[in-house]
Design a protein around this ligand. Structure first.
Ligand code: XMP
Length: 506
């Protein structure tokens, strides 16, 4: 059996990063609710437990607690941020509000501990807390400090309990991965036996067993998840699969055709529904980003239902749901920033005998590995994230066909120019703002749209910094857009990070 790390969730926004990091270090992990009773934890037989961060204070009413009996199981535990605070609080230590909250990177001095083995004495650790431990429980010692935080990390060597006030799971934490590796391998004794080698064969068997000779319908958006799902199902059940691609008209230049081309070539039944006019009609005059997402999500379901009724007698619905979608929908204590509309997220009350979600245990980077193994084109497997509502949320304000066409052209130029670079940003695109500005083209006054260019560096899409694109590239983008796209007279470059901005403008 795979070695297993249990991640207990207290609502921390970085919980997925913790689980992803352990898996990328070849130790399988799953996220479960923080309040899971110790008896259930014991049944899962984890080699270690990680307590996540969370937005609460341990003294707040309804602050999530963990079963104190988990500290008696003899299983190594690592508490991160709120996880450290709740552990120390429940074991008799004290937590208090910081005089100065610490947010962002902080110079952290590390002490002598198995957790810090092989790591330089000072690191820039990522802090994000208003409370901190001010008194350690009996048996604990401090193993790191910052200027404002005496107990930036702590340990009880005997009971194998460890706490970190900072977040080793985020990219901006120097040596965070090494600290996590030390916990997994040196404290928990992992050997690193998690890999995806047998995954495809195992899933194919499972799909065939479930489906038998019945038919399956898949909503294909052309994104990585649903495309990999299509390829996997196609390999398992061939012609018994029908893929419906609802083209809502908010795709990038030639994108719909490209998706059709890739999947029409395969041995599967592929239907492209050209639904642009009805989607445009539905969002006519709508300016609120959340409203746009909601309307597009609902309309998607309507189109899909109509098409599946036309087909008749399809017993199973397949979805490209991945692990983060499941974690998000079961989210216990976190804050919703944007209600991301995953076009695969159909309601379960459509009349089907069963739902098949063959990728539901995997993170995106793992789905990409499977996609590569299945032979999908590199461009598709490495496709940048693209919002379910598409360009409708990259045209700020009111959306119409004319604006979408302007954006498609401008976005294509942005992509062409950036793709000439050796080191490409992780995500890049154009936004058509609803601002118009005065310009001059060939002795003529113009009053046309302003396009914003966005290019960001990120690994997790939870945080990002803007990419300092070379000036030459920016100049090329600017001059090509204003020359080649009539009705755009100005190009600006977005130099904001996330937080405080988000990656998309809406
Ligand atoms: P934000 O804008 O929240 O974006 O910083 C983070 C990542 O998610 C993508 N994104 C979406 N994906 N439906 C999706 O499926 C959405 O409504 C949506 N909004 C943002 C975004 O492109 C970025 O990669």
């Amino acid at each position: 059996m795979d070695e297993f790390i249990l991640v207990l969730d207290f609502g921390g926004q970085y919980k997925e990063l913790i689980s992803r990091m352990t898996r990328s270090l070849k130790v399988y992990s799953e996220i479960k609710p923080g309040k899971m009773p110790a008896s259930e934890v014991k049944k899962l037989a984890p080699i270690g437990i990680i307590l996540t961060g969370g937005p609460n204070s341990v003294y707040a009413e309804n602050a999530p607690q963990c079963d104190p009996a988990i500290f008696e199981l003899g299983i190594p535990i690592l508490g991160i941020c709120y996880g450290m605070q709740i552990m120390c609080h429940q074991l008799g230590g004290n937590v208090k509000q910081c005089i100065v909250g610490e947010y962002g990177q902080a110079e952290t001095t590390l002490g002598d501990s198995i957790l810090m083995r092989g790591i330089k004495p000072q690191i820039q650790a990522l802090m994000s807390h208003a409370d901190q431990v001010c008194e350690l429980p009996q048996g604990f010692t401090s193993i790191a400090h910052t200027q404002n935080c005496l107990y930036a990390a702590c340990e009880d060597k005997v009971r194998k309990l460890y706490g970190l006030q900072f977040h080793p799971e985020v990219e901006r934490c120097e040596c965070g991965r090494e600290i996590m590796r030390n916990f997994l391998y040196d404290v928990c004794g992992a050997s690193g036996n998690y890999h995806l080698d047998g995954y495809i064969e195992q899933r194919i068997q499972m799909i065939r067993q479930t489906v038998g000779d019945k038919r399956v319908l898949l909503a294909l958006s052309g994104g990585v998840d649903s495309s990999v799902c299509a390829a996997l199902l196609s390999k398992a059940i061939g012609k018994q699969l029908t893929c419906i691609f609802v083209d809502h008209g908010f795709m990038r230049l030639h994108e719909g055709d490209r998706i059709e081309h890739i999947f029409s070539d395969k041995q599967l039944h592929f239907i492209r529904v050209q639904a642009a006019p009805r989607f445009l009609k539905k969002i006519k005059g709508v300016t609120s980003p959340e409203q746009k997402r909601k309307i597009i999500g609902e309309e998607f379901i309507r189109v899909f239902e109509e098409e599946s009724r036309k087909l008749g007698n399809v017993e199973f619905l397949a979805q490209g749901t991945i692990y983060p979608d499941i974690i998000e929908s079961g989210g216990a204590f976190g804050d919703t920033i944007k209600s991301h509309h995953n076009v695969g997220g159909l309601p379960k009350n459509i009349a089907f005998e069963g739902i098949i979600e063959p990728l539901s245990g995997l993170f995106k980077d793992e789905v990409r590995v499977i996609g590569r193994k299945l032979g999908l084109p590199t461009g598709l497997v490495n496709r940048q994230p693209f919002p379910g509502p598409g360009l409708a949320i990259r045209v700020t304000g009111v959306v119409n066909f004319k604006k979408l066409e302007l954006l498609r052209k401008a976005d294509h130029i942005v992509c062409q120019e950036i793709e000439k670079l050796k080191n490409k940003p992780k995500q890049y695109f154009a936004v058509l703002t609803d601002v118009r500005s005065v310009g001059i083209k060939g002795d003529r006054r113009t009053y046309d749209y302003v396009v914003a260019v966005r290019a960001v560096e990120t690994g997790d899409f939870m945080t990002c910094t803007y990419t300092p694109l070379p000036h030459h590239t920016l100049s090329q983008i600017s001059s090509r857009i204003v020359n080649e796209v009539k009705q755009i007279s100005r190009v600006v470059y977005d130099i904001t990070g996330k937080p405080p901005a988000t990656i998309e403008w809406e």
